[in-house]
Design a protein around this ligand. Sequence first.
Ligand code: AMP
Ligand code: MG
Length: 407
Amino acid sequence: MLNESRLDLDQALDAILADARPASGEERVAVAAALGRVLARSIDAPVSLPPFAASAMDGYALRRGDVDGEPPYRLRLAGTSYAGHPVDAPTPPGSCVRIFTGAPVPADLDTVVIQENCAVEGDRIRIDVRVAAGDNIRPVGHDIAAGQRLLDRGRRLNAFDVGWLAACGIAHVDVHTRPVVGLFSTGDELIDAGTAPRPGQIFDSNRRTLISLLAPLPVAVKDYGIVPDRRERIRDVLEQADAECDVVLTTGGVSVGDADWVKDVVSEIGRLRIWKLNIKPGKPLAYGRLSRAAFFGLPGNPVSTIVTALMLALPAIERVCGTEPSPPLTVPATLRGAIRHQPGREEFQRGRLSAGDDGLQVAATGDQSSNRLASFADANCLIRIPKDCGDVADGSRVRVLPFRGLI
Ligand code: AMP
Ligand code: MG
């Protein structure tokens, strides 16, 4: 184990990320199906955008050299360039071309005047303003030039990237194959919805939460269900998951109770590297490797499961997907209401962040017990309380991690 004493969150994250390796394998997919996938190879622009000099406005295209001296100027109308319909005839001297946004600027013209500054006078166009060569023209390659780097390998494609690829006429991309993330819940007390609970039984929430948190990532999820607190059963399922998955997540069974077998079994099959973190919630967290797969033993309490998944497991899984996790966005906010905190552990409370006239304000969402999923109901952020900090008074500045920057 790295350290028998409890690791701080950032130490644990560094160690876990250092141990995470991108799963091998790439495949070619249609850009139409590439949202959220990770590029396995960098892509250079195959064409320039725009591919031709295009008008940025509706107006008139002209030769700058034809309009010397003080306005107004008067030019003959030689034709019209619509988007998708260039003019192919040369423009005679002293003439202009009616042009619309996105239409090609004829090769012998170099300036566009917006129509608000022009008037039609019989067969002439009157231009009422001075013009400079290049006005209102998007030159070839203004967006990107052919051969320039469009997107780097390791990029997890977002909606804008997909549009950018489409704009370049790219139909297929090479992406990392989806790593397999296996998960199961441990606990004799757990049942799935649809089964009538016997005395002492509760419904499993952690698996559903984790599967939902993984949904936006380019992974394939294998759900091994609920596994009872029996050493042999846990061992069997962990061995199977090790053979079938790149990452294995379990919840529960990692504290020091009599029925907490998970970490013993992991030490038998592979190696436990971290056990116990200096954070609240989420103290009992196991990390290590089975014979092959990376292993996270997340705590059983639902709030602890979520916080450790967000802060540790998801960033590591992103790296296994071939992309670099970005550190969570952290913003300062003014605390509304006091928070009690004993120095010792870094704490993440669930909070409600709002924008007021005095800037960002945040309030904790009631009772913060680690079993209480209700603390997430109104929450849109985590409030980070540093480990050495004591009670936090109403009106203090605190640091907040909005969920939108985390999920
Ligand atoms: P454990 O870490 O196994 O000692 O579990 C800690 C607490 O979390 C206990 O109250 C468990 O009943 C509860 N718990 C464990 N796993 C789950 C689960 N999958 N869904 C809901 N609650 C759970
Ligand atoms: Mg348990």
